[in-house]
Design a binder for this molecule. Structure first.
Ligand code: SPD
Length: 277
């Protein structure tokens, strides 16, 4: 018998993958968690029915949400990752030698446990001495961290359930307070095909708070529509510029390169229109 996993990405459209083995399912205090092994994408972490990451294409998302902000910052030392319990963003963050302390604020400890067990290549840096893993509400942590961070990365789930507050203006105001005077924030902001309104709103909120706000894109095959957006806000540095080209060039990556850093900000017209004032 064949088993297939289907994510209904909109009311009328989805993706489907043939399952080799179902490795784990549970309902945590916050969400449904599943780990499946698929023939095409390898192991797949699924939260509340949405693909969060897969063995085979995870590098695109984790590199692009991390290295654009970190490479634009002159000296990123203290970094906060909100969400991101699979550990992929933390793995990328600590590739920057200037980072002295990276905090992971993940509300659901079960996502961390399951990822450590089934996604060792993604969760591999969670025990690094520079990393503090904290099972806490990221919003509360940001609210009590005034002036603490150089870079904040919001690696949220989709804007349903536990993640709704991570797309709210109040949260972005708190992030602005939690950043140092030259701080940078980046948030995953969903698909320009399916989530145009959300992108426009978040871009507007960031623009009213930060000196520089930009949208950039990356191609992530297992995410809805395959084209994904990130919104970046910066108090001082221009996020399109790489602060230290030698550092950016020496990162061990599979997707991110200094050329791609610049190219990711080149938007197709329909995406540009989403953020036109
Ligand atoms: N629809 C998928 C959105 C997932 C964004 N976060 C992924 C977490 C991976 N670290």
């Amino acid at each position: 018998m064949e088993l297939w996993y289907t994510e209904k990405q909109t009311a009328n459209y989805g993706i489907t993958a043939k399952i080799k083995e179902s490795l784990h399912t549970e309902t945590s205090e916050f969400q449904d968690i599943a780990m499946i092994d698929t023939l095409e994408w390898g192991r797949m972490l699924v939260l509340d029915g949405c693909v969060m990451t897969t063995d085979r294409d995870e590098f695109v998302y984790h590199e692009m949400i991390s290295h654009v902000a970190l490479s634009a910052h002159k000296n990123p030392q203290r970094v906060l990752v909100v969400g991101g319990g699979d550990g992929g963003v933390i793995r990328e963050v600590i590739k920057h030698p200037s980072v002295t302390h990276a905090v992971l604020a993940e509300i659901d400890g079960r996502v961390i446990d399951v990822s450590k067990k089934y996604l060792p290549a993604i969760a591999c840096a969670l025990d690094d001495p520079r990393v503090s893993v904290r099972v806490i509400d990221g919003i509360a942590h940001v609210n009590e961290s005034e002036g603490q961070y150089d870079v904040i990365i919001v690696d949220s789930t989709d804007p349903i359930g536990p993640a709704v507050g991570l797309f709210a203006r109040d949260f972005y105001e708190a992030i602005h307070r939690a950043l140092r005077p030259d701080g940078i924030v980046v948030a995953q902001t969903e698909s320009p095909f399916f989530n145009g309104e959300l992108i426009s709103r978040v871009y507007g909120d960031f623009s009213s708070l930060f000196t520089h706000t930009h949208l950039y894109l990356a191609s992530i095959p297992t995410y809805p529509s395959g084209l994904w957006s990130f919104t970046i806000g910066s108090k001082q540095y221009d996020p399109k510029m790489i602060a230290d080209p030698a550092r950016a060039n020496s990162l061990e990556t599979k997707y991110y390169t200094p050329d791609l850093h610049a190219a990711a900000f080149a938007l197709p017209r329909f995406a540009k229109e989403l953020i036109a004032k």
